[in-house]
Design a protein around this ligand. Structure first.
Ligand code: SF4
Ligand code: SF4
Length: 121
């Protein structure tokens, strides 16, 4: 398990559209969870050792070799049964949107920064 590497990798500014994310990932795992056909799913590579949403609850088993947009299987969170194919959004243009939707305000340790500076009030 490579917990520390994941922290290092996400310790950067993720940038997309009008928002960017800053800070250090706490490995809560929320951005690697989803649902499909009414069933709670996780990426097949997500190692869950605690309660998702809590710091250091998860780790990415393929962290050193993951590629932007690589194909992943989404599996049932409890049984591990493969249910759907998906894409890892690591460093893709959709990464910020995904993290905002799944993690911000629920356990994600990153901070959303508004890109725009108002010129008028
Ligand atoms: S491969 Fe991507 S989606 Fe899967 S656990 Fe790792 S970072 Fe999350
Ligand atoms: S939701 Fe945020 S803190 Fe949690 S694993 Fe994803 S990037 Fe890291």
């Amino acid at each position: 398990m490579r917990r520390r590497n994941w922290v290092v990798c996400v310790r950067r500014s993720a940038l997309s559209g009008r928002y960017r994310l800053e800070g250090a990932c706490n490995q809560c795992g929320l951005c690697c969870l989803d649902s499909f056909a009414g069933r709670a799913t996780r990426c097949e590579h997500l190692i869950v050792s605690g309660e998702p949403g809590q710091p250091f609850a998860t780790a990415c088993a393929v962290h050193p070799s993951r590629l932007p947009g690589m194909t992943i299987r989404m599996v049932d969170r409890i049984t591990g049964e493969p249910l759907a194919l998906g894409l890892c959004q690591h460093t893709t243009p959709d990464e910020v949107t995904l993290i905002r939707e799944r993690g911000i305000g629920k356990g994600c340790s990153l901070t959303v920064i508004e890109q725009y500076t108002p010129l008028v009030r």
